[in-house]
Design a protein around this ligand. Structure first.
Ligand SMILES: *Cc1c(COP(=O)(O)O)cnc(C)c1O
Length: 356
């Protein structure tokens, strides 16, 4: 028998979350972002739930190939474009839509022999200072792309550095407009945080990612408050129970010391499954439907929880590490990280099961 740990992925939740994105931007088209193997959920698994999207956005050419292998004919946006000239043959063959963020990419494009018309996204840097042309270069970059014979539609895009923070998007939107005003074509601005928190940022194409999977893009607002439903449940079982005396330690280094006699449940889930090793004592874990606080350092294959108050807990009792009752964002907060990181880090050894 395999260990009892498994991840359950709900396509219905993903379709529902996509509809929430549409509610916030009724007139926009939607790029459903599936980079990083659909934020850990599995590209092939989530595609059927995204059939109502207008396009699929990702980074990796191999992920684009996987999408096309599923017979998905939607447009595919390459969020970082291509990485070397030879990539352009695949871009052409699979008819992908690359983001163009630097002059080197423009030059590679000018020298490429393309067989099909190519739509491109012109990426403008509005303060993230990661990828994109400076605002003062936008018009020149546009003109050079315009004069590449095979280039068809040019959409201007930017990516917000602070859509989830107090600084917001206003400054970035003003910067973007100052660079691209007057240029023809569509615009694409919003990630999940902007879709949910900054309706003023509306554009022709939105690019929601994390919200599709039912986690929050904001530390200050829960996914539930946006009406999102978690797409992934990480589930396991209790595999051992220990009765310990006051003063005894639990796990490596004895980080947790029992303040009184306690029952400790041992759960088949560790950092080699993607559970964060640095999750703090007290991090919520659902055992038999009741919240049990994490007690002791997470180890590679197991973690330990205080189940003193859960009388019915025993070997085989079901455990939810994250999902409907304990949000991945709560676990992330206990580990000083974000739900994004935990979802993407689900380990390959965890079997994934599709649920309705
Ligand atoms: C990842 C990404 C998104 C989606 O971001 P979320 O915060 O997950 O919604 C949108 N646009 C770009 C350019 C990205 O890289």
């Amino acid at each position: 028998m395999p260990r009892p740990i498994r991840a359950l992925v709900s396509r219905a939740a993903i379709s529902h979350n996509l509809s929430i994105a549409r509610t916030h931007a009724p007139s926009a088209k939607v790029w459903a972002v599936v980079k990083a193997n659909a934020y850990g959920h599995g590209i092939e698994r989530v595609l059927p739930a995204l059939s109502a999207a207008d396009g699929i956005a990702l980074l990796d050419l191999s992920e684009a190939q996987r999408v096309r292998a599923c017979a998905c004919q939607l447009p595919i946006l390459l969020l970082e474009g291509f990485f070397e000239p030879s990539d352009l043959a695949i871009v052409d063959e699979l008819q992908l839509t690359p983001a163009i963020h630097c002059w080197q990419q423009v030059q590679w494009l000018e020298r490429a022999q393309l067989r099909h018309p190519l739509d491109v996204y012109l990426k403008i840097n509005t303060g993230m200072n990661r990828l994109g042309f400076a605002v003062h270069e936008a018009k020149a970059a546009y003109q050079r792309l315009r004069s590449v014979a095979r280039v068809r539609d040019i959409t201007c895009m930017t990516h917000f550095a602070n859509a989830d923070g107090i600084d917001g998007t206003q400054q970035a939107i003003a910067t973007f407009r100052s660079g691209v005003d007057g240029l023809p074509g569509a615009r694409s601005l919003s990630n999940s945080a902007a879709v949910l928190l900054h309706p003023d940022a509306q554009s022709d194409w939105i690019r929601p990612g994390i919200m599709l999977y039912g986690a929050s893009p904001s530390e200050r607002q829960t996914a539930r408050s946006f009406g999102l439903v978690p797409a992934m449940t990480l589930a396991s079982e209790v595999i051992a129970v220990q009765d310990i005396a006051a003063g005894q330690g639990v796990g490596y280094g004895g980080r947790f010391k029992a303040p009184r006699p306690m029952r400790i449940g041992v759960v088949a889930c560790g950092y080699a499954d993607g559970y964060p090793r640095i999750a703090a004592d007290g991090c919520p874990v659902l055992v038999g439907g009741i919240v049990a606080p994490l007690a002791g350092r997470v180890s590679m294959d197991m973690l330990t929880v205080d189940i003193t108050h859960i009388e019915h807990a025993a070997i085989g009792t079901p455990v939810e590490l994250w999902g409907e009752h304990v949000s991945v964002d709560e676990v992330a907060a206990s580990a000083n990280t974000s739900g994004y990181e935990l979802l993407c880090a689900l380990a390959a050894r965890v079997p994934v099961i599709e649920v309705a």
